[in-house]
Design a protein around this ligand. Structure first.
Ligand code: 5GP
Ligand code: MG
Length: 181
């Protein structure tokens, strides 16, 4: 039987909304400084990065927004029975990457498998530069080393929802980060 969307979730607040928004403001300041002489291309990972990427852009200065483009990329990872997971492209980019200062925006980096796949794909299309900005990072879980230039919060190995992160597609719209259980 499908779960009722009104069912009361057992969620524990991990990072309060004001903390999330303050940190996003700080990240936006760093990006504004680092991309001052550039027309960057932001690439958001669907669906988890949407809320974060929009909030980030909200805090960027107008002159940078006037030069900036954005697009989205979709990947799905399948764990299967083997220990090595597989990543599949579900939505490719529309905007061309060649010669652009690309900033990949992610919601959470866990094993790094999805991001590693995305980075390799984008790198093969000859961007001028390629960096990562993630709202959350779980370094203890890393299996694929991916360089992360901008990180909102490092968290412990716990399953989180909110601010774009879901559990079976639920709780994405929360404006804070919560742990389940
Ligand atoms: P990866 O292991 O490839 O770094 O992460 C794959 C994906 O698993 C992430 O993009 C995210 O969608 C999901 N994921 C990993 N950890 C969490 C978590 O704590 N909460 C939620 N909601 N999703 C997670
Ligand atoms: Mg998910």
């Amino acid at each position: 039987m499908p779960r009722s969307p009104l069912e009361t979730p057992a969620l524990r607040v991990l990072i309060e909304r004001p903390q999330v928004e303050q940190r996003i403001g700080e990240l936006a300041q760093m990006l504004a400084a680092d991309y001052a002489g550039s027309a960057p291309l932001l690439i958001g990972l669907l669906n988890g990065a949407v809320q974060f990427m929009m909030a980030l852009m909200e805090r960027l200065p107008g002159e940078l927004l006037a030069r900036l483009d954005y697009d989205f990329i979709g990947v799905a990872s399948y764990q299967g029975t083997e220990s090595s997971g597989q990543v599949e492209l579900t939505k490719d980019l529309v905007v061309a990457v060649a010669g652009r200062d690309v900033l990949v925006v992610d919601g959470i980096v866990d094993t790094g498998r999805s991001l590693d796949f995305v980075m390799a794909m984008i790198a093969s299309r000859q961007p001028l530069s390629l960096k990562v900005c993630t709202l959350l990072n779980k370094p203890a879980r890393r299996e694929f080393p991916v360089p992360i230039e901008y990180c909102g919060f490092e968290i412990e190995d716990t399953f989180v929802v909110g601010y774009g992160m879901d559990c079976d597609q639920r709780y994405r719209a929360l404006r804070h980060i919560a742990a389940i259980g």
